[in-house]
Design a protein around this ligand. Structure first.
Ligand code: ADE
Length: 345
């Protein structure tokens, strides 16, 4: 099942790629721009010690139906021994606008772009989270576990797609981890792997609490709820670079900021994040004009007048402390549909 080609075909593709410049470097390895026949591709080369991430990502692309506009398209995977080490490759579509983090660092958004990008991210997330049990298409619920602006790419028509499935895991329909096929067969090593959280800055309150109390990963947690929290932070990153959020002209748009910038140090630790997010219940700043309108219930029907207010309302409902009260991706999609701009003549 899945859209992945058999490994031998994938390998043939991978070996015909002409390597071009370096695009990005991360904890996992390095991403290069490459050329395959007449198209550009992105080649992610994993560090040897990140073999588990490579395996995880390749396995998900090969066994789950991940063909979706808002999920980075898989092209091929390859592992080859160069005599010194094993090279682990993942080949995907190339997007010249780079990551959402890069894009927001150098561009401001119109309200339309903000809402459209938000919708595209949530559509990709909904596809990951959705269980599909059709005759042809089958997929499990997948929790991404490392949603952040650096793991989202921007297409040439300013849509977003979700990338980096190296920490993702298959879940039961209620979002709890599925290791192997039987839930009760959680091996110690599976639990240990699942205890690795994504990026500290984006870690959900329920995980911040666990880590500090030195508890083991709780296998009954709904991991899709943690993705929703991280996504709310990404939606705030969009809002913070949108004209009309802090003021009505492009000059009043603040510089790009990561969530919680100025509230925590540049490489925050779990205890740093717990103090701000759980103990002090702080969240990234929302202009008081918008919060006041929301708390007085001044918003009724969605219209083009109050789109950013409605998006802020959604963000507020997605970064709540209690996982159970956060919105589901499908609910967010439905709430955003009336705000989308249809470019009819
Ligand atoms: N940076 C990381 N992955 C990328 C991709 N697929 N396309 C463009 N830039 C990237």
């Amino acid at each position: 099942s899945g859209q992945g080609a058999p490994v031998c075909v994938q390998r043939t593709i991978a070996r015909e790629i002409k390597q071009l410049e370096k695009l990005a470097k991360g904890r996992y390895g390095t991403v290069y721009k490459g050329e395959y026949k007449t198209q550009f591709v992105a080649v992610k080369k994993f560090h040897t010690k990140e073999e588990d991430s490579w395996k995880r990502e390749v396995e998900l692309y090969n066994t789950q139906s991940l063909a979706h506009t808002n999920i980075l398209r898989f092209i091929a995977a390859d592992n080859r021994d160069n005599g010194v080490a094993t090279e682990l490759w993942l080949v995907t579509d190339y997007h010249e606008n780079g990551s959402l983090y890069d894009f927001l660092s150098s561009n401001v958004l119109t309200e339309e772009m903000c809402v459209n990008m938000a919708f595209s991210i949530v559509s990709g997330l909904h596809h990951l989270h959705q269980e599909i049990d059709g005759l042809v298409t089958k997929k499990r619920t997948i929790a991404h576990r490392d949603i952040k602006s650096k793991n989202i790419l921007v297409t040439k028509d300013f849509q977003c797609c979700i990338a980096d499935l190296g920490l993702a895991c298959e879940c039961g329909p209620n979002g709890t981890i599925l290791a192997g096929s039987v839930e009760s067969e959680l091996t110690p090593s599976a639990v240990a792997q699942m205890s690795t959280v994504g990026t500290v800055r984006y870690v959900a309150p329920e995980f911040l609490k666990l880590e500090v109390q030195n508890e083991l990963f709780n296998p009954f947690m709904d991991l899709t709820k943690a993705d929703i929290y991280s996504t709310a932070l990404v939606l705030w990153e969009l809002l913070n670079r949108t004209v009309g959020f802090f003021g009505s002209d492009a000059e009043s748009v603040p510089e790009y900021q990561q969530p919680y910038d100025g509230m925590v140090q540049s490489e925050p630790t779990i205890p740093d994040m717990k103090r701000i997010v759980v103990d002090q219940r702080q969240r990234p700043p929302i202009p008081s004009t918008i919060s006041e309108r929301l708390s007085t219930g001044a918003n009724e029907a969605p219209s083009s007048e109050n789109r950013l207010d409605i998006l802020v309302g959604i963000v507020n409902e997605c970064w709540t402390e209690k996982p159970a009260t956060r919105l589901k991706a499908l609910r967010i999609k439905k709430d955003l549909i009336p705000l989308l701009t249809v470019n009819d003549p």
